[in-house]
Design a protein around this ligand. Structure first.
Ligand code: FAD
Ligand code: NAD
Length: 455
């Protein structure tokens, strides 16, 4: 407790009084980090800036704690509570870290330069430029997988970024208010209040769970005339949801969803997306229309355009279409002095925050070793080894599931106690005391006052 209070007080003090930092040193090598997500930030937090000049390039000037993003779509947690400004994160470094809020649009591994574009709406005289690197760390994450299906980007909402959560929230309330509009037809009420989630991976399941809680705890109270019309459907192409969890937890999730009246359509694949309905190939191989008010698309990841462009430049070494191939030291195949971590890579591990964080930490230790080797010390760099700490997911009605490694085996647990565990794990994994404080405050606020139903 004393340690926690001490850490909190230090965190607050340094946020108000950033320490004085050393300027860039032209004799040191420059590491350019692309991204400000899980991989980039865990690397950034650990890299020793006494050894390197560090530049960060990202279109987001903050870190986003994605595991709690589904809770933001319904207002259980406020968006800003899971965002941490990058400058707060870099304030502890001994040397000033340069940050450019911009998108990297091209990488030239031969000249060791990157092209960057200012992404802000208000631009200065220069909005495109090129910067050099000695080492490049790619941590740009992944794009939303759409399989090139027409209509997905136009009509569906993704759930990856802050603006996605905002868009979902606004569309949801628009559907509810339009359904309550004077003289609305019964068919339109049914359509508008039908929320469809595509993809039964953890993103789709957690979103459906949060949506259920919001409907039950809040919307049904404030819109009693619509209460019996709300419907949630989860569409999944495989025979079950959450394939990465144990069969026991899959069953538990599916039965919890049944109790919560979330319809799960397995062996059902979305084939077409229109503005008011989707067409699916159902388990009997028949094409069926499903009208919807809100459509959330969570069918996994694919490489970003920048990653694809880089892979095309070094295509002899980059033979997988699913992401950058790296070796056990996180070195990008075919590009000298370039490293990649997290969701932009294609590796044997699932694309999770857990993997990206461990890779970021590992890579910082590689850079530490490289600096010592350059000084003449005899250091051996060992390959990256992933240590799986388990999988967790929220499934609604204050229940969560967890598959945890235990004594060379696995323990599967689910229920309300697991939900308490889920919350404590996420709180302890947050990067700052400030975020923890805000999230706990939001949980208390939504319990006491209910969630906000304003648009
Ligand atoms: P990201 O965290 O996505 O970061 C990518 C960064 O690159 C961003 O800052 C982005 O702005 C930046 N960027 C993009 N393009 C460019 C460019 N051209 N130039 C420069 N920068 C660029 N994983 C878990 O382990 N546990 C969970 O509970 C969990 N929950 C999740 C919930 C949701 C809703 C989602 C969407 C994901 C969840 N994940 C979870 C997965 C986890 O978020 C990802 O695996 C993780 O974010 C990957 O980290 P990353 O650093 O590779 O990418
Ligand atoms: P995912 O790849 O895990 O799941 C996508 C699902 O969509 C798959 O089950 C797939 O069969 C289904 N699908 C694909 N095309 C379809 C179609 N046309 N019609 C119907 N279903 C279709 O994707 P995700 O849930 O977005 O997760 C992405 C990554 O982030 C994963 O690695 C996941 O583990 C991680 N994540 C973890 C957590 C957590 O640990 N709690 C939460 C969210 C995300």
């Amino acid at each position: 407790v004393v340690g926690g209070i001490g850490y909190g007080a230090y965190d607050i003090y340094t946020k108000r009084h950033p320490i004085e930092q050393k300027p860039f040193d032209p004799t040191k090598r420059t590491v350019v980090i692309l991204g400000s997500g899980w991989g980039a930030v865990s690397f950034l937090k650990s890299i020793n800036t006494d050894d390197y000049n560090v530049v960060v390039v990202s279109p987001r000037n903050y870190f986003l704690f994605t595991p709690l993003l589904p809770s933001c779509t319904v207002g259980t947690i406020e968006l800003r509570s899971i965002m941490e400004p990058l400058r707060f994160i870099t304030r502890h470094k001994s040397r000033n870290v340069k940050f450019y809020e911009s998108e990297c649009t091209d990488i030239d591994p031969e000249s060791k330069t990157i092209s960057i574009t200012d992404v802000s709406d208000i631009k200065g005289a220069v909005s495109n430029t090129t910067i050099p690197y000695d080492y490049l760390v790619m941590a740009v994450g992944a794009d939303n997988q759409t399989f090139g299906m027409a209509g997905v980007r136009e009509y569906a909402c993704f759930l990856k970024e802050i603006w996605d959560a905002q868009k979902i929230r606004t569309r949801l309330m628009d559907c509810v208010e339009s359904a309550g509009f004077a003289s609305q037809t019964p068919e339109e009420v049914d359509r508008l209040l039908h929320m469809v989630v595509v993809g039964g991976g953890p993103t789709g399941v957690e979103y459906a769970a949060e949506l259920h809680d919001f409907l039950k705890d809040d919307l049904e109270v404030w819109y009693p005339e619509l209460a019996d019309k709300f419907r949630i459907t989860l569409v999944e192409a495989l025979p079950n949801v959450l394939p990465m969890f144990s069969s026991q937890l899959i069953q538990y999730t599916e039965s919890t969803f049944k109790q919560n009246k979330i319809e799960v359509l397995t062996k059902t694949m979305v084939k077409q997306v229109g503005d008011k309905e989707i067409k699916v190939m159902d388990a009997n191989k028949e094409l069926v229309s499903i009208p919807y008010g809100l459509l959330v698309w969570a069918t996994g990841n694919c490489p970003r355009p920048l990653t694809r462009k880089l892979m095309a430049r070094i295509k002899e070494a980059q033979t997988s279409p699913r992401g950058l191939l790296v070796d056990d030291y996180m070195r990008v195949a075919g590009a000298p002095d370039m490293y990649a971590i997290g969701d932009c890579t294609f590796s044997k591990y699932a694309p999770t925050a857990q993997v990206a964080t461990q890779q970021g930490l590992y890579l910082a230790s590689v850079f530490e070793h490289l600096a010592r080797i350059e000084e003449g010390q005899n250091k051996k760099i060992t390959p990256f080894e992933y240590s799986h700490q388990g999988s967790l997911a929220y499934i609604g009605s204050d229940k969560a599931i967890a598959d945890l490694p235990f004594l060379n085996g696995n323990v599967s647990i689910g229920g309300v106690a697991t939900y308490v565990f889920w919350r404590s794990v996420y709180i302890s994994n947050m990067f700052s005391f400030r975020n923890r404080f805000l999230v706990v405050g939001d949980w208390m606020k939504s319990k006491v006052f209910g969630r906000d139903v304003s648009r």
